[in-house]
Design a protein around this ligand. Sequence first.
Ligand code: G1P
Ligand code: ZN
Length: 542
Amino acid sequence: MIRTVATKPFDDQKPGTSGLRKKVPVFQQPHYVENFVQSIFDALDGFKGKTLVLGGDGRFYNREVIQTVLAIAAANGFGKVMVGQGGILSTPAASNVIRKYKAFGGIILSASHNPGGPHEDFGIKYNAENGGPAPEKITDAIFAKSKAIKEFRIADGVEVDIDKLGTVKVEGMSVEVIDPVKDYAELMESLFDFDALRALFKSGFRMAFDSMHAVTGPYGKEILENRLGAPKGTCRNYHPLPDFGGHHPDPNLVHAKKLYDDVMSAAGPDFGAASDGDGDRNMIVGKGMFVTPSDSLAVIAANAKLAPGYAKGISGVARSMPTSAAADRVAEKLGIGCYETPTGWKFFGNLLDAGKVTLCGEESFGTGSSHVREKDGLWAVLFWLAIVAARGESVKDIVTKHWAAYGRNYYSRYDYEEVESEKASALMKDLGAKLGSLPGTKVRGLTVEKADDFSYHDPVDGSVSEHQGIRVMFAGGSRVVFRLSGTGTSGATLRVYMERYEADPAKHGIDTQEALADLIAAADDIAGIHSHTGRPKPSVIT
Ligand code: G1P
Ligand code: ZN
């Protein structure tokens, strides 16, 4: 039976950088999920009888919300929902399913790299028919609907067995439970030369892929071990757990330290990679070489033709504004377009749809291409394997030679987490107020050339996104960027990004923190980080 239930709005359902993210108890409030899902549907037009894709990263509360979304979708007139078995679909896999089956859109349940569990994070995100995160126009409409909602429609007593493959009916709507891995694995096989990768593993090349107890476990097992013949044990922490084993499923030098240490040890594997909660992030480590995500994008761009799916070349590259300019140099040499967008994958969608770019990347361990409309962790890992296999060189040699050819962009990000919101806002406000007076001044021996609050003019639809981060540019090409996170769930997170370009190969072996020391000090001088936040040090350095 379908019911219309009266409800009252919540005032905090504004989607952030990547959907609505809150602590689980917030989502567990009566009607909280129902209101938001109904608001998504209220903001959309023309989905009657159409297909919705549904899945998540398997975190705590995933299964319950899957049933709720099914019940609301049925009551709102969707014709069909394709749901990943067990409620599982990695973010890139969901994007692929939406595109491949020409669905109307999809709902992805994830809080990405944030911890999971009864008191940790949950999230709901809507992706449009191109397979990408809903553009701001839609997320703004969802938020507006959520503030005015009076009722939601829901089918009673929905309890679909999401572990069993096949199709069932819910109030006239079909629910097809699909294999979450199959379509994705086929897509990867169409982009990369799996024979060459099999030969790489046969030759004795050893890797470790850490799924951090999150969604890429089954994807890694199937692709790396089953299809590519990597030895058993290549995949680590491959059972998705609702609390990710109590860890942060965030592939970086802090949370994937063990993997990093193993690869760096003499007896460890040649190559290490990790992915995050929902499978869109990646970390790449070679023996003796951690690859920064900014460099990863640049190296993939420079070597793209080595993978069959990209043999014809790439049309352009896009990177988020805080990401280093390493990829820009590759684009320049290739004579292709290069775009600087605000933080968040949603800004790449238009460029990809319009064919202006093939590759995109963010410094936050996100890399992807036009094969889907999300960043894609395992795809990036396979791309690196493809480059290693084709060049017959180690990751370290590949990166070192890349720097010698293009120069090195030293890069680091400092995160100050859970800062009191008022203090963080005050810092940004004060900084914004003095932008006009900064050019020409000298800080720690660096001359400020330009300082602005980044705004983006989308070249495809003409939309403008303002206040996307404060940039302070110094003579010689170094810069510091300040912005507040849009994905956190408690307090504010201040992110400070430092970058220095070094053309001289003789100076490419310096420790990153040392190479950036003056910029790090200058960032504090300019923004008063310590004095505003009371934090002498960042919580995380990547
Ligand atoms: C962070 C990253 C950003 C990424 C987003 C979603 O957003 O910085 O690059 O797109 O997570 O994974 P932030 O918290 O900085 O708003
Ligand atoms: Zn993610």
